[in-house]
Design a protein around this ligand. Structure first.
Ligand code: HEM
Length: 378
C-alpha cells in the first residue's frame, strides 16, 4: 500500500527538502511495514498533538435551548463524516462538534455535555480503539484524511464505523456488518422500531419499546449472522444505547413534565437526518444513562453474553466475558484496554506517550468504581 504512486503534498515537499527519505503516503494509509525510523519520520510529518488533559466539566448544566441560532442544522458537505451514532452525528450537523465529523476526544466530551447534558464514560474507550493518538483526532464515521496518517498496523485509527472494536452487532437502526452496512440509517429496521413502539409503547419509543426492540434485534442476529458477537463490549453497549434515545432525545421541558416516551418523528430526525427538532432543549440534569431504564431493558428478557459459533443459531456463552474482573464495568474497562494493546502491541516514543495519556484519561471514568488501573505500557 505504501508504494502508492500518488504523493501527498506534504510528504512530497518534505522529500524535496530531503527531510523524509521514505515512500509517500496518503494521510489515511497505514504505516505498516515501515521501519521504526521511518515511522518516526512520518510522525514528524504530521502535527503530533498527542494525549491531552480531560476538559473541565461545563459550568451551566441547566435545561437549555441547544438547537439555537448559533447551532443550526446544516446539510453534509463532501467528505463530512457521519457514522453509527445518532447522538454524535446530530452534534456535528448542528455545529456543536466540527461539522467535518472529525474531532478530538476533548471536543466530544464538551459537546455531549453541551448538547445533551451527558457524562462521557465511553469517549476515551472509543478514541483508544478508533482514533489516531498521534494527531488526537477521531472520525465519528469512516476513514478521513483529516485524522492524519494512521499509526502502524495492526492499529486502524479508522473511525467509529470500524466494526468489532466499539461498533458492534444487533444495533437498533444499523445492520450487522456481516449482513450489510453497519453505520448508515436502515429504514427497514427503523420501521420495525416504529411498529414495536406502536404495539407496546403507545406510539412512542419508551422503555417497553426499547426492551422489545433490543430483544428482537438480538434474536434476528442469532438467526441470520453466523459471526454474531454479543460478548464484551457489545453486551454492555447494546443495552445502554437502547435507552440513550429516551434519556437524551426527549426534550428537557417534556422530561420535566414527566414525559417518558420519545416521539417517533423526532427520533427519526435524530437517527436518519442527524437533526434535532426545532426548539430542542437538552435535559436539565447531567447523567450517564438512567440505571432504572437500563435495568428494565436488561431484565425484560433473558440474555447471556456470547456469540454465534460460525453458523447461524449456534449461540454459545462467552466463558471469558468477565476477563479477570468481578465487576461488569471493570470487565468493560479491561476489555477496551486489551483491545488497545492488540492494536498497539509495542508502541514507542510519542505514540506510547499519547496512548498512556489516553489510557489514564479512560481510567478516570471508572476510578470511582472498584476497578484497579491497568497500565499495559508502564
Ligand atoms: C460520548 C461519546 C459517544 C461515543 C464515542 C459514541 C459512540 C457510538 C458508537 C460507536 C455507536 C455504534 C454502536 C453500534 O450500534 O454498533 C453508537 C451508537 C449509538 N449512540 Fe453513541 N456515542 C457517544 C455518545 C452518544 C450520545 C451523546 C448519544 C445520545 C444523545 C448517543 C446515542 C447513541 C445511540 C442511540 C446509538 C445506537 C444507534 C443504533 O443502534 O441504531 N451516543 N454510539
Amino acid at each position: 500500500m505504501f508504494l502508492s504512486l500518488k504523493f501527498s503534498v506534504l510528504a512530497f515537499a518534505l522529500q524535496l527538502a530531503g527531510v523524509l527519505a521514505v515512500p509517500a503516503l496518503q494521510p489515511y494509509d497505514s504505516l505498516a511495514g515501515l521501519t521504526r525510523d521511518e515511522v518516526d519520520a512520518f510522525a514528524r510529518s504530521v502535527k503530533v498533538v498527542g494525549g491531552q488533559p480531560i476538559p473541565k466539566p461545563i459550568k451551566d448544566t441547566s435545561l437549555k435551548l441547544v438547537n439555537d441560532k448559533k447551532h443550526p442544522w446544516k446539510p453534509l458537505r463532501a467528505g463530512d463524516q457521519r457514522g453509527p451514532c445518532p447522538g454524535l452525528n446530530a452534534l456535528a450537523s448542528h455545529g456543536w462538534l466540527p461539522r467535518s465529523g472529525v474531532a478530538t476526544p476533548g471536543e466530544i466530551i464538551t459537546a455531549v455535555q453541551n448538547g445533551y447534558n451527558m457524562e462521557w464514560f465511553v469517549t476515551y474507550a472509543a478514541f483508544l480503539v478508533n482514533g489516531n493518538p498521534l494527531t488526537n483526532l477521531l472520525s465519528i464515521g469512516g476513514i478521513s484524511w483529516l485524522t492524519g496518517h494512521a499509526p502502524p498496523a495492526p492499529a486502524l485509527a479508522s473511525g467509529l464505523n470500524t466494526h468489532g472494536t466499539f461498533e458492534g452487532d444487533a444495533s437498533l437502526t444499523r445492520s450487522d456488518a456481516f449482513l450489510g452496512d453497519n453505520h448508515s440509517f436502515n429504514a427497514t429496521l427503523f420501521q420495525q422500531l416504529v411498529d414495536i413502539s406502536k404495539k407496546v409503547g403507545g406510539g412512542k419509543y419508551n422503555v417497553a419499546a426499547a426492551a422489545e426492540m433490543r430483544f428482537q434485534r438480538v434474536q434476528d442476529s442469532i438467526a441470520r449472522n453466523p459471526n454474531f458477537n454479543f460478548a464484551n463490549p457489545r453486551f454492555n453497549t447494546a443495552f445502554i444505547e437502547a435507552v440513550f434515545p429516551i434519556v437524551f432525545f426527549i426534550d428537557g421541558r417534556l422530561q420535566e413534565k414527566g414525559v417518558t416516551g420519545l416521539d417517533l418523528e423526532v427520533m427519526r430526525g435524530f437517527f436518519e437526518d442527524h437533526r434535532m427538532p426545532k426548539d430542542f432543549h437538552r435535559r436539565g440534569t447531567p447523567t450517564g444513562a438512567s440505571d432504572d431504564e437500563l435495568d428494565f431493558v436488561m431484565a425484560a428478557h433473558d440474555y447471556t453474553p456470547g456469540f454465534n459459533n460460525g453458523s447461524v443459531n449456534s449461540f454459545v456463552p462467552d466463558p471469558n466475558f468477565m476477563g479477570t474482573q468481578t465487576e461488569l464495568v471493570c470487565a468493560l474497562y479491561e476489555k477496551f484496554v486489551n483491545s488497545t494493546v492488540a492494536l498497539y502491541p509495542n508502541p514507542h516514543g510519542q505514540l506510547r506517550k499519547a496512548l498512556n495519556k489516553n489510557l489514564d484519561n479512560f481510567f478516570v471514568a471508572v476510578k470511582d468504581e472498584t476497578c484497579v488501573q491497568i497500565k499495559p505500557y508502564n
